[in-house]
Design a protein around this ligand. Structure first.
Ligand code: PLP
Length: 465
């Protein structure tokens, strides 16, 4: 094993580190088996007692419920899922040489590029698995929410290939900002409506009170859960937050471990952006396995200052959605009725975060930073101008995080080996770039009063141990 930061000469001039299709990981890595502190139980909102598999059965297939609570360190990936993942996986790992030159850093920067999937992000890694298990257990239709549209297109794609119907509730602000995502979802045969919608009780309730609501992930989740709970043929599918979703994403980090070895390097710092937490977990969990075993790695989660769940939220039991339909989970939260400002990283506008990541932050294994969107877009353009790829605004938070780490190291006269997850491309986010280039992007400084107001929503809920 090479020391951190040491480059093997053979790989010294290489830009991309690629794996053969046969090297696609055959198993998902389950971090629950290695966590120093077990995550808190998920509670039934009516009884306050831990939920059992039967409580979740109306919403999810049993195979996914079992993965949700599994403590096995590894779970085999079904062949049919591997067959579809191999359409684009393994994804490339790049050494960002031109970015390093552009910013003049002494550090080495690597990125794992998930934008090569057909829908353009990491999201199909779990969409395909979820569609597969639902089909296996006889469901014919899935309902889901989508923020930026990446998840909705990933699930529409997966349902199309596996053979399921799909209905997508898309957060209204993104529905308006991203007409092409809408078309992509429809091209894969899914039905799509802006959320809040007239199609559900939850949607109608929000519209009655706030006819101009820009929507939020919390509201859209309520609509999709209500849809699934009301129909036998339909299950609910979530693109982030839950343990099984994070599990499915761990193909990213497992590939990256092998690719860093090809590069003759090992990261000192591993970075991802965090909305619900799935792409971050996908890259970071296999490296955290090494960290928990004693290796020194700084693991950094990057979030927007307009929705600073990990940096300014509280660790508490809260609902995953606005209408309080989901079970209670212990996580960092801003309160379930917090509606984040309509910033352009729509996929990061979520009031909570994955319970597994919250626990890892509490245990000091992961740290978090929050950034303003104008700073994030400035870094996105430095990246696009050197590496060529136009990043999704969500992924640009990880780029910004990597550049901050590199700058701090340069200031301290040190060098680091930095690895970040480029979770998607931004080809459907050009209106965001238009606004940035026209100087029209607002930086939202969330004040303490607004956070305190939103946190009233969780008063009276159970307190985590
Ligand atoms: C490209 C991209 N990156 C990141 C995210 C954030 O989600 P998560 O934190 O689950 O990775 C999204 C969500 O839509 C996304 O589209």
């Amino acid at each position: 094993m090479l020391a951190a930061g040491h480059m093997a000469t053979g790989a010294a001039h290489q830009t991309k580190f690629l794996l053969e299709e046969s090297q696609l990981p055959r198993r998902w890595y389950n971090i629950r088996a290695d966590m120093p502190t077990a995550p808190q139980p998920v509670l039934h909102p009516g009884t306050g007692q831990p939920v059992g598999p039967d409580d979740l059965a109306p919403l999810f297939p049993m195979a996914l419920i079992q993965q949700e609570v599994s403590e096995e360190p590894e779970i085999a990936i079904p062949d049919e899922v591997l067959g579809i993942l191999s359409l684009w996986r393994p994804t490339p790992l790049h050494r960002a040489r031109r970015l390093e030159e552009a910013v003049g850093t002494r550090s080495r920067i690597f990125y794992k590029y998930e934008g090569v999937s057909p829908p353009g992000s990491h999201k199909p890694n779990t969409a395909v698995a979820q569609a597969y298990y639902n089909k296996q257990e006889g469901r014919t239709r899935l309902a889901t929410e989508t923020g930026a549209g990446q998840w909705g297109s990933a699930l529409a794609f997966a349902c199309r290939l596996i053979g399921l119907e799909c209905k997508v509730y898309m957060v209204k602000i993104s529905y308006e900002q991203k007409p092409s995502r809408r078309s992509m979802i429809q091209a894969w045969g899914a039905q799509i409506v802006p959320s809040p919608s007239e199609d559900t009780q939850s949607g109608r309730a929000v519209l009655a009170e706030h006819p101009d609501s820009p929507g939020s992930l919390g509201i859209a989740i309520s609509e999709a859960v209500e849809d699934a709970a009301g129909r036998e043929d339909t299950a609910y599918s979530l693109g982030s937050v839950l343990n099984h979703v994070l599990l499915h994403q761990t193909v990213i980090g497992q590939e990256a471990l092998a690719q860093m070895e090809l590069a003759g390097a090992f990261p000192d710092v591993v970075i991802g952006c965090v909305g619900g937490g799935s792409n971050f977990a996908g890259l970071a969990f296999p490296f955290l396995r090494e960290k928990i075993a004693g290796r020194d790695i700084d693991v950094l989660a990057c979030e927007p200052a307009a929705c600073p769940t990990l940096t300014r939220g509280v660790f508490a039991y809260d609902f995953g959605d606005t209408s309080k339909l989901t079970p209670l989970v212990a996580m960092h939260t801003l309160g379930h009725d917090f509606v984040p400002a309509p910033i352009h990283a729509g996929g990061l506008r979520y009031h909570g975060v994955a319970p597994l990541i919250s626990q890892l932050v509490r245990d000091g294994l992961v740290r978090a930073e929050a950034y303003l969107q104008n700073d994030v877009f400035a870094s996105a353009l430095v990246f696009a101008g050197s590496e060529g790829i136009l990043p999704a605004p969500e992924a640009a938070h990880a780029i910004h995080g990597a550049l901050q780490v590199a700058r701090a190291a340069d200031d301290a006269g040190e060098e680091r080996t930095i690895l970040f997850n480029l979770s998607g491309h931004g080809h459907f986010d050009m209106s965001a770039y238009d606004d940035y280039l026209a100087g029209k992007l607002q930086d939202v400084a969330l004040d303490e009063d607004e956070i305190n107001r939103a946190l009233h929503a969780i008063e009276g809920l159970p307190t985590p141990a």
